[in-house]
Design a protein around this ligand. Structure first.
Ligand code: SDX
Length: 426
């Protein structure tokens, strides 16, 4: 890394510190503050608004320009020309696969789509109405019970095997969550189908009849997985990295990512968007909800709007907006009342000073929820779909971290609690 320098000086300390500055291939420079602890000084950055937690070569986001690159390739081009499994290969290996590599990778994934039969019994312990994310946290973590003994994370082949296994098994477990909730038997994967076709088959087929899935819906499903595949150091990926930095089993690390993703401020937003649109209920109520979103005393936020990094349109939302229109046209649902509210809400918000001043644009979750609902996926499953799509990103970051020298993640704090005091004599 090319070294420039930053100088840090403090009132009351007549010493100033020279700190190395590193330049990335694109994007912001970073100031290496790791030496400050040795001088008894910490930086303070709640929410990590200004903190780069690691070096990575996987994904780059330019929030001001609305740019998202997977290993340098723009998300718009990948959404148009690639598919989800090819992007999984790209995120994990750094380059697009040759035709043979792609075929071998797809075959490896298909080889791991089934889960151990004993996994089926885990589901019976959950109430039928359990939130599918609660089940996914449990059953994905439980995979570590089946692949623990022969798992040496220092072995690159073991790491890649774990990555392929969890990418392959997520859609199977996701569909099992749905089947369990509706009291239908689990449907085994059909490895003659593509990844996204197989997922919809496991979701909607029954032992009595095969589901007939339109290619338009399969394409939209694959785009949703692809667009969610990675997003640099977001909350859930940072959670996976932090768990992985302790040397924890990779399936347990992915389970920690699922846990973090569940929150409505993160991956739970697509579910929250649909609940919000249903709560708005009618175009005539939109102004009331916009006013609530602006009211500092009201915790209500416009779900599907705003982003920690994108202060421009989320490029994934742009792609999904088109896919949304195609899906609704294919299903003859252009008059869907929730879509009409969503389009009106987007128009009003984009013209409103409050949202313009704060660079609050529709994000990936604003349209993904409408597409998933149109496909017939229940709202409770939306974040499970997000988790299935994000799994290659989680495991690619975990693999990148473990493949290079790393330290256990252990932030410090600004302590403002009681000073030293003795336990009172009784
Ligand atoms: C994802 O990190 C990632 O990469 C995430 C993700 C990924 O792929 O991993 O992209 C996926 O999580 C997308 C975001 C999904 N979440 C939502 O749609 C929930 C609604 N959005 C907000 O909760 C919010 O926008 C966040 C959490 C997404 C971002 O919050 P920030 O960056 O911490 O911004 P902020 O809270 O500091 O807001 C800045 C201002 C505040 O107003 P002021 O105090 O300056 O007056 O904007 C306001 C906020 O009140 N604001 C909103 C708003 N989002 C921010 N006001 C109304 N509605 C909103 N949605």
């Amino acid at each position: 890394m090319a070294e420039k320098k930053a100088q840090l000086s403090f009132d009351g300390i007549n010493e100033s510190f020279d700190l190395p500055v590193y330049e990335g291939t694109i994007g912001a420079d970073v100031v290496d503050v790791s030496s400050l602890a040795g001088k008894g000084v910490f930086t303070f950055d709640p929410g990590f608004m200004s903190t780069a937690s690691c070096e990575s070569k996987i994904t780059y986001i330019d929030g001001d320009k609305g740019v998202l690159l997977y290993r340098g390739y723009p998300i718009e081009q990948l959404a148009e020309k690639s598919d989800f499994l090819e992007c999984c290969y790209l995120l994990l290996n750094g380059e697009l696969p040759s035709a043979q590599q792609k075929e071998e990778f797809n075959s490896s994934i298909k080889y791991h789509t089934m889960v151990h039969e004993q996994m089926h019994s885990f589901f019976n312990g959950f109430p039928r109405h359990a939130h599918p994310m609660a089940i996914m946290v449990g059953v994905v973590g439980a995979l570590s019970a089946f692949y623990h003994d022969n798992m040496q994370i220092s072995n690159e082949h073991h790491r890649m095997d774990a990555a392929l296994r969890v990418i392959a098994k997520m859609p199977t477990l996701a569909a099992m969550c749905y089947k369990y909730s509706v009291g239908q038997p689990f449907i085994y994967p059909d490895n003659t189908l593509s990844f996204s076709e197989n997922f919809l088959h496991m979701m909607f087929s029954t032992p009595c009849e095969e589901s007939k899935i339109s290619p338009v819906l399969v394409d939209a499903m694959d785009k949703i997985f692809l667009l969610h595949a990675d997003h640099e150091q977001n909350a859930s990926t940072s959670t996976v990295r932090l768990a992985g930095s302790t040397g924890a089993n990779p399936y347990a690390c992915v389970s920690s990512g699922i846990t973090a993703l569940w929150g409505p401020a993160h991956g739970g937003a697509n579910e929250a968007v649909l609940k919000m649109l249903s709560e708005i209920g009618d175009e005539s109520q939109i102004d009331k909800f916009i006013a609530r979103a602006k009211d500092k005393d009201d915790p209500f936020r416009l779900m599907g709007f705003g982003h920690r990094v994108y202060k421009n349109f989320d490029p994934r939302a742009t792609v999904l907006r088109e896919a949304c229109k195609n899906v609704l046209a294919e299903l003859q649902m252009e008059d869907d009342p929730l879509l009409k509210i969503a389009i009106k809400l987007e128009k009003i918000a984009l013209e409103d000073e409050y949202f313009i001043e704060r660079n609050l644009y529709p994000n990936v979750d604003f349209y993904s929820g409408i597409i998933l609902k149109a496909i017939g996926i229940p709202i409770g499953m939306f974040t499970v779909i997000f988790a299935t799509g994000r799994t290659p990103g989680w495991v690619a970051h975990w693999h990148e971290m473990i493949s290079n020298p790393f330290k256990i993640g252990r932030p410090r704090q600004l302590y403002t609690g009681p000073t030293l005091r003795d336990y009172p004599d009784k």
